[in-house]
Ligand binder design. Sequence first.
Ligand SMILES: [Zn+2]
Length: 283
Amino acid sequence: MKNITRPTETINDILDIFLNDRPRQQTVSEIDSNRTALIALENQYITKTQDNTLYEISRGIPASITLTEESLIRYYEYRMLERDNGRNFYDKLLISVPYNTCPYCTIKNVTTIDHFLPKSKYPFLSVTPTNLVPSCRDCNTDKKVSYPTNRDNQTFHPYFDIVDNEPWIIAELLRAEPLSFHFKVQRIPTWDDNKYSRSLTHFDAYKINELFSSEANNELRGRRLFFKRHIQRNRTELIDHLNETYQSYLDSFGLLDWRTVMYHCLINDDWFLDGCAGNNYFN
Ligand SMILES: [Zn+2]
């Protein structure tokens, strides 16, 4: 999970953008009569991200809104995706993420916009900027938890949760043939139970072990000759090489990148550094 900067636009700005696309008079009236309620719902959303209570937001159409579910979803699918000014906002949001990397999985490229709380359940948030998160297609469509139902099954929110500064994802080298990695959540001592539960939910929902271990296993395979050359000279040379690689990834990609986590694991695995006795990796 990578924290990213949230859009500077508010729902108020988005409604103005829709008005700039010259909608019919009926839509203008609709927007005018729902503006205050949509702003209040955006404020509620932001407040609830602060104390981890997004799950308390009611699904469906709130009493304060006079628009139907269909028309709210159409605000996204038509006014944001199909109209000039709406589309400009969407496209700008899509390319706003550093290095185009999906903030949920930190592996794949951003190709779409995810509704953090899905528009099918929360139509009144379908065009609220803080609910729109650039993501890869898999994280958008495959995520296992579609909406939170309690305090613990809320995934981390890339705009509001800062969790990429602590090593809560770790790797373990499985002594199998061929050698492979398994990634898992490590509880950070200063975290409360809720944050720990949310880290497990996020890790599971975005299939982090599956994604990270696939990349890391390929890296391990591809680096084999290189590592072997170092270890044949001596153990210290291999450690120095692994340390340098680790520092370089840490510096460029941060603590939670699969490469940083993978090399941290190798540096701390004496069995690996001693030559993987009983395993063919260095043979
Ligand atoms: Zn992703």
